[in-house]
Ligand binder design. Structure first.
Ligand SMILES: O=C(O)CCC(=O)C(=O)O
Ligand SMILES: [Fe+2]
Length: 352
């Protein structure tokens, strides 16, 4: 399998995923898988239409607007630093960029809502456990309804990714039982003075892939010619991109493309679901994608440890726990920010 035959790209392909949702018996399934796999290989990004999530997205946006409009003190009641499993409100300035320039955003982070008595939580698996919920009528229902639906779509996409690699369709889904796949509700407020400040600096996503619903333009992608190109805003599209783990798993065949959010004047919301696999999953290049030299096993990571290590180095409350000796970094973690196409060409700039 050759890794270096990526074409240069100047636009992001659009793909109707209805045949993927319908399943392999759909006459268009195979073509759709091919288009998806080509996009993952050459671009690392695609715009997905035909996903059917529009109604849930509208309810999610309404709930999100109401949450961020709450007084700061109320939002801080569900502060992420209160959580043992990284859930809750992320105020401005909480996320620290390697470059030192703060992102202009606040967030609410959640994932699978597992009760303390769930076996994986009882076993102490990091990043798993309950969400924190604000007292806000209908918020939890609208948010979890979207989470469940976008998670289900993620499974459909993950299966298609395996088929597109010529692998067993269930290859990746075998590792999707209670993954710490995070949904973020991001709010970039209206800011007329936002000149020369990033909304989010350049980065790759840490997980397998991301399904993102933005509410306005701003997202830019780093192409093979080293230029930043805009992802045109399509209100009907979910933006898909490959993350670090799927790049590692395919030894770079699917590429984790660097992206950023342009400085924002206009108020903007964005809802990324970072789809990943169960915490203890070992990720290393698949047999069919290994380098001839055979040095790949050295690059194996435990998926959850990679995610946790990257997160721990970018959230203020986590760094404080590290400093106080209440937490420690995973021992086999890769250095902060070492995967993804841009890592070879650009200086690291930020946390996510
Ligand atoms: O706000 C966006 O559109 C993208 C956000 C993003 O790239 C991220 O949170 O990883
Ligand atoms: Fe991202």
């Amino acid at each position: 399998m050759t890794m270096n035959d990526q074409k240069s790209f100047n636009e992001i392909p659009t793909l109707d995923v209805a045949p993927l949702i319908a399943g392999p018996q759909d006459p268009a399934y195979s073509d759709c898988v091919r288009t998806l796999a080509d996009a993952a290989h050459h671009v690392g990004f695609a715009q997905l239409i035909g996903h059917g999530l529009e109604g849930r997205q509208a309810r999610l946006l309404d709930a999100t607007r109401r949450f961020f409009a709450l007084p700061e003190a109320e939002k801080m009641q569900v502060y992420i630093g209160n959580s043992d499993n990284h859930r809750g409100y992320v105020p401005f300035g909480e996320e620290i960029m390697a470059s030192g320039i703060p992102d202009t955003k606040e967030a609410f982070d959640l994932s699978l809502d597992l009760p303390p008595e769930h076996p994986a939580v009882k076993a102490g698996t990091p990043l798993l456990g309950p969400n924190q919920w604000p007292r806000l009528e209908g918020f939890r229902e609208s948010v979890m309804d979207y989470y469940d639906a976008v998670f289900a779509l993620g499974k459909v996409i993950f299966r298609a990714f395996a088929v597109g690699l010529g692998q067993d369709p269930e290859l990746f889904l075998r590792y999707v039982s209670t993954p710490p796949s995070q949904l973020r509700l991001l709010h970039y407020p209206n800011n007329e003075d936002a000149v020369d400040r990033p909304g989010i600096g350049e980065h790759t996503d840490y997980e397998c892939f991301t399904l993102l619903k933005p509410t306005a333009p701003g997202l830019e992608v780093f192409n093979t010619d080293g230029e930043w190109i805009s992802v045109p805003y399509d209100p009907d599209a979910l933006v898909l991109n490959i993350g670090d783990l799927l790049e590692l798993w395919t030894n770079g065949y699917y590429v984790a493309t660097s992206h950023r959010v342009r400085k924002v004047r206009q108020e903007r919301y964005a809802f990324p679901l970072f789809f990943t696999v169960d915490y203890h999953t070992e990720v290393a290049p698949l047999e069919a994608f290994k380098d001839a030299a055979g040095s790949d096993n050295a690059r194996a990571v435990v998926s959850g440890e990679h995610l946790r290590a990257q997160t721990m180095q970018s959230f203020r409350y986590m760094l404080e726990r590290l400093q106080r000796g209440e937490a420690s970094l995973p021992t086999d973690a890769l250095p902060y920010y070492s995967l993804g196409r841009e890592a070879e060409t650009l200086e690291p700039q930020r946390s996510r």
